[in-house]
Ligand binder design. Structure first.
Ligand SMILES: N[C@@H](CCC(=O)N[C@@H](CS)C(=O)NCC(=O)O)C(=O)O
Length: 108
């Protein structure tokens, strides 16, 4: 199967950075399409009609939205590569706690 990976991106966004880090850590090749958030592309509006926000990962034409959902998708879709999360459930819980903390701090 072809693996075309496109990220609807915005350089200053911590949410997009989270996805870029996950892609880099997994060694996944992708194309970054930087959005003008004051004049959103029709691609962004079509691919994320609910929130109309970046980041959006488009994998073989199919969109995935919300940075933490995207990171989890990347980990599962490329499960043959080393996991982004620790194998120990307690350490996984810690990693999720801090991801959630950052979400709440950045968006409050
Ligand atoms: N909860 C979202 C937050 C994404 C978000 O806030 N994106 C901002 C850029 S940092 C955005 O697209 N803003 C444009 C808008 O809301 O119109 C995620 O985790 O992906």
């Amino acid at each position: 199967m072809a693996n075309e990976v496109v990220l609807l991106d915005f350089k200053a966004s911590p949410f997009a950075a989270r996805v870029r880090i996950a892609l880099e850590e997994k060694g996944i090749e992708y194309k970054s399409k930087v959005e003008d958030l004051s004049n959103k592309s029709s691609t962004l509006l079509t691919m994320n009609p609910v929130h109309q926000q970046i980041p959006v990962l488009i994998h073989n034409g199919r969109p995935i939205c919300e940075s933490m959902v995207i990171v989890q998708y990347i980990d599962e879709a490329w499960s043959h590569k080393p996991s982004l999360l620790p194998s120990d459930p307690y350490r996984r819980a810690h990693a999720r706690f801090w991801a959630d903390y950052i979400d709440k701090k950045v968006s409050s």
